[in-house]
Design a protein around this ligand. Structure first.
Ligand code: FES
Length: 84
């Protein structure tokens, strides 16, 4: 089964703007969901001050800005559905 690559920026800007919550949220997800993810963290994606809004994540290499706890699950579910 193909895994979804999820990278979360945990640089200072992204961390204080919600990256910390995203990271904590992953720890609460069920194991069978986490098995489908390949999670990594970035000390900074180099996008600070860019037009987007932190925190930044990358899903299968696609950069997404302004991610919150409420839309992270939707983003991941869509990525999992696309991988099927
Ligand atoms: S801290 Fe997230 S892009 Fe720099």
């Amino acid at each position: 089964m193909e895994k979804i690559s999820l990278k979360i920026c945990t640089g200072t800007m992204c961390y204080v703007m919600g990256g910390a919550e995203l990271r904590a949220m992953l720890e609460l997800l069920p194991d069978d969901f986490m098995k489908r993810l390949s999670v990594s963290y970035s000390p900074c994606m180099g996008l600070c001050g860019d037009v987007g809004e932190p925190p930044y994540i990358q899903v299968n290499g696609k950069t997404i800005s302004g991610v919150s706890k409420s839309n992270l699950m939707q983003i991941l579910k869509e990525a999992l559905n696309d991988a099927v």
